[in-house]
Design a protein around this ligand. Structure first.
Ligand code: ADE
Length: 252
């Protein structure tokens, strides 16, 4: 999968190209390209922003350098054309739809994702209109720019691309996929600071371990994210007899 990022701060992205995503690039599974929008400014001072018409605080990113960068990439103008070739063009913004695991799974199917990072007060609206950009938020709070948001998206999408994670399948086992929060996990030693690993996990009875984890995941989700638990119960009815017993115990 190719990921292109249009930003005024390409140096920030060394944070994602280190570690796992960097290794995936070396293996040829992922390909990153970071484009400095300023390089496409026609201004002699390489200006990429200016004051907003109508007044208001802060600066807005100019349309022209962004158009230049997208044209350089050979970007298709319309959403429909891009859909045809499995490409996405996203603009990170607190105004967008909030990202969730389902959306990440859809994005992981694309061949190419291009992400525009806004800074200051954002970008000239004509950029978003002309290129039919999809706005994506990572949560209901405001960052100083889209770069950190883009990295969150890139990391969460990349780990679903086959071959990126060292152990195939480890992304799919996590319980956010089943709709519940993840149960507690333990590693060596068996006892640490007087705290023991739960006995059931040491026994090797897979069914008992599964049911213990299921109960923990249910209890945690009930306490922290009752909205997720409600959706989980609405979407699933194929519980085994044992799972049903655990459910009754937790829900009563
Ligand atoms: N840029 C600034 N805040 C953001 C957010 N919450 N999500 C995505 N992009 C942003």
């Amino acid at each position: 999968m190719k990921m292109h990022v249009l930003t005024l701060f390409p140096e920030m992205f060394t944070a994602v190209t280190g570690s796992i995503l960097g290794r995936a690039q070396e293996k040829g599974i992922l390909e990153f390209q970071f484009i400095n929008i300023r390089d496409f400014s026609k201004d002699k001072h390489k200006k990429a922003d200016d004051y907003t018409f109508g007044g208001g605080p802060g600066l807005l990113m100019l349309a022209e350098p962004i158009f230049g960068a997208l044209s350089h990439l050979g970007m298709e103008k319309s959403k429909a054309e891009r859909e045809h070739v499995h490409k996405k063009l996203l603009y990170m913004s607190p105004r967008g739809k909030v990202l969730n695991q389902k959306k990440i799974e859809t994005l992981a199917q694309e061949e190419e994702i291009t992400i525009l990072c806004g800074h200051y007060e954002g970008v000239d609206q004509r950029v978003l209109d002309y290129w039919e950009m999809e706005e994506v938020s990572i949560g209901d709070y405001v960052l100083t720019g889209g770069e950190l948001a883009a990295m969150v998206l890139m990391d969460s999408v990349a780990r679903l691309v086959p071959g990126v994670l060292p152990r195939e399948g480890s992304a799919m086992e996590e319980s956010i996929y089943s709709g519940l929060l993840e149960y507690p996990q333990y590693t060596k030693p068996r006892e640490f600071c007087g705290m023991e690993v739960p006995e059931v996990l040491l026994g090797g009875n897979h069914k008992q371990i599964y049911l213990w984890r299921f109960e923990k995941a249910l209890r945690l989700t009930k306490a922290v994210r009752p909205d997720l638990l409600e959706a989980f119960l609405r979407n699933r009815e194929d519980f085994t007899k044992d799972e049903r017993k655990v459910l009754e115990k937790v829900l009563k």
